[in-house]
Design a protein around this ligand. Sequence first.
Ligand code: NAP
Length: 330
Amino acid sequence: MISREIRLASRPTGEPSQENFELAKVNLPEPAEGQILVRNTWMSVDPYMRGRMDDAESYIPPFQIGAPLEGSAVGEVIASNDPGIPAGATVTHFLGWREHVLMDAADAVVIDTAIARPQDYLGALGTTGLTAYLAVTEIAPVKEGNIVFVSGAAGAVGSVAGQLARRFGAAKVIGSAGGPEKTRSLVEDFGFDVAIDYRTGALAEQLAEHAPEGVDVYVDNVGGDHLEAAIDALKVHGHAALVGMISGYNAPVPGPRNIYSAVTKRLTLRGVLVSDHLDRFPEYIGKAAGWLADGTLHTEETVVEGLENAPEAFFGVLRGANTGKMLVRL
Ligand code: NAP
């Protein structure tokens, strides 16, 4: 069958643009033994993919020029040559950026669409949700009565992290995001106590105003000036979960000038990669599907239609066009 995929055409310098992507046709054969043919219905675009566009050593290999991009996706099995996954099953896997994929059944996971919508498995029940859960339970555990600050708070990880911080006992949850619509959503939709619009003034001053007593836990999705402001705001023995540093993905930003405060305040700044914890998915989904179903975990999505518009969705997630999870419907 004929399908379409998006390939890396060239490596960007700074911000990526359309010329870095190529939409190509492919001919897919019937599934061989142990394989399934999947029609992808939803795909995720994620900030970390920017790093994979560079030819640089990291925790995950770079995308190759001329090869299709990869990323989380959900799809329906339309043909199967594997006894474990029948045609008709809904699966999640890592071969997004294409309309159909012929793949080893062993690399796909069947998802339960009776407990949540397929696209939830790319957001609140996917890697961004699990990352948020790990951040506030294990990496920088939130305790009863804590004051918590989340940057990138209106995004996929941040919006879940703020809500879970509240669930696990935070007395005050402060979020930062760009623009009035996102700060409105933080308070009204996601239940944050305070929303800071980092574009309207000095972040450190706004944080000091809203948390004069200091912050116990910081969830960092942004790095740069946000991490610097958070280090100032953290209390002695405070904890930060270093989840991502999107402000430096297109071009490096200077490190926090106040990093010495991590010594004097005996801070714990701890990084996390969700890929180290994929075995936690059953436990996490077991809990979070219930929170979605009973409405105590609120989600938002920004949906872009069609594979050909996936690069635009990717540019959007890097510059803040999304509230909640950025998804492409295929
Ligand atoms: P997201 O937050 O849904 O989308 C990215 C958001 O970042 C944008 O909407 C934008 O929101 C904000 N942003 C972009 N440039 C910024 C800047 N210069 N300063 C401040 N904010 C900026 O994306 P996500 O998928 O949930 O990922 C959030 C972070 O977690 C990223 O750093 C990502 O790499 C990281 N992550 C890490 C792991 C892990 O395993 N460690 C897993 C998943 C994600 P505004 O409009 O508010 O600026």
